[in-house]
Design a protein around this ligand. Structure first.
Ligand SMILES: Cc1ncc(COP(=O)(O)O)c(C=O)c1O
Length: 373
């Protein structure tokens, strides 16, 4: 064995020992479920749309190695990652901005829009995590109800835009509903709206769907920002790394709201992202496993006659209106951490798709709870 390999193994096992310790302490994370068996007291986390399989093997190895180099600023890795992402979309690195998760990107865009004074138009419900901070900075949020299929109502959103509108947010696929808009509809909406104001397109879940990215549209459009993340299909939510794709002039505007441009992500996260970006074999294996586990949930919902939205993501939106009482609480009693009730009237709620073993436990819990209906 070479000294280098021995050192790597030693570092790796130290890191693994550390992870075991963290699992028991710092992270209130679920213990792994194997073949339907889980340790007493362990909780299945199906509340945050995380990839339950974790980062790719290449990302894990790169992150372990990067720990050793964490004394240095990772500028070269940042540049390589921006180049790699840009090349994938046929762009130059100046079109890419790195953030600590795509929520940082959403925040930067909202801050920029707020500085222009006015309102933002967004669907409801959608991923509104950035709303509070935006409102604090003076941006009014004009919420437009989803249509009957729980998709963005693009016509109503267009009608809601006025002279004071500084931002229009579209989440496709939409969180929490998992519904998608057809690419042609998104494209023409962006073309029309971006003539008047800035469009923020959130593609956090696009890789789970069969939708194409709209990235190419930024080449000639300064009024479009696309937010993307390594937190979902890439399995790196805890690493906190995401990015924006936009015209270089727009990127420069957004950079100005970062205390240090492109410097929010750690050397470890950057190394992991660089190692796994565009790893088609990994992406399609996660997508496939997600589809299999999802099909069990679909089947159960059909059997129990539970209304739900067909999803293009790793989560499912369904109505618990038949269930009398507090469904998230009842699931928690079954050691399952699920989403909250989003729409009170028909008790629409969201469940993230975990592993097949986790979904066997979840669907068994649903069956048990629906028996009492
Ligand atoms: C639609 C959408 N956008 C963005 C994010 C932010 O993710 P992150 O900050 O981890 O990249 C999430 C997280 O759940 C999301 O659902």
């Amino acid at each position: 064995m070479t000294i280098h390999r021995r050192r790597l193994l030693k570092n790796g096992s130290l890191a693994l020992a550390g992870l075991t310790f963290l699992n028991q302490g710092l992270f209130a994370d679920p213990l792994p479920v194997k073949s339907g068996f889980r340790l007493p007291g362990s909780v299945i986390k199906l509340s945050a749309n995380e990839n339950p399989y974790g980062p790719s093997p290449a990302a894990r190895a790169a992150m372990l190695e990067a720990v050793t180099h964490s004394n240095r600023y990772p500028w070269d890795v940042t540049t390589k990652l921006r180049e790699k992402i840009a090349a994938h979309f046929g762009l130059a690195k100046e079109y890419i901005l790195i953030g600590a998760g795509s929520s940082e990107i959403l925040g930067l865009v909202a801050q920029h829009a707020a500085s222009l004074k006015g309102n933002a138009v967004a669907a409801d419900p959608t991923f509104g995590i950035w709303w509070n901070a935006a409102e604090k900075s003076g941006l009014k949020i004009h919420k437009v109800a989803l249509d009957a299929q729980k998709k963005h109502d693009l016509a109503a959103m267009l009608a809601a835009i006025n002279n004071e509108t500084k931002l229009v947010y579209v989440c496709n696929p939409n969180n929490p509903t998992g519904t998608v808009l057809a690419p042609a509809a998104v494209k023409s909406f962006i073309e029309e709206v971006s003539r008047k104001t800035l469009v923020l397109l959130d593609e956090a879940y696009v890789e789970y769907s069969d939708l194409p990215s709209m990235a190419a549209m930024v080449a000639n459009n300064k009024n479009l920002v696309i937010a993307k993340t390594f937190s979902k299909i890439y399995g790196m939510a805890g690493a906190r790394i995401g990015y924006a794709i936009a015209h270089p002039e727009t990127i420069r505007e957004l950079n100005a709201y970062q205390p240090w441009a492109n410097a929010g992500a750690s050397a470890v996260s950057l190394a992991g992202a660089l190692a796994c970006f565009g790893d088609e074999a990994f992406l399609s294996s996660v997508k496939q496993k997600n589809r299999e586990a999802l099909s069990l949930v679909y089947q159960t919902m059909k059997e129990l006659n539970i209304a739900h939205c067909p999803t293009s993501t790793n989560f499912l939106y369904y109505s618990a209106k038949e269930f009398k009482g507090d469904l998230p609480g009842a699931l928690q009693n079954e050691q399952i951490l699920a989403g909250r009730i989003v729409e009170e009237k028909e008790k629409w709620t969201r469940i993230s798709i975990g592993t097949m073993d986790e979904m066997k436990i979840y669907t068994a819990a649903l069956r048990k709870l629906w028996k009492t209906v």
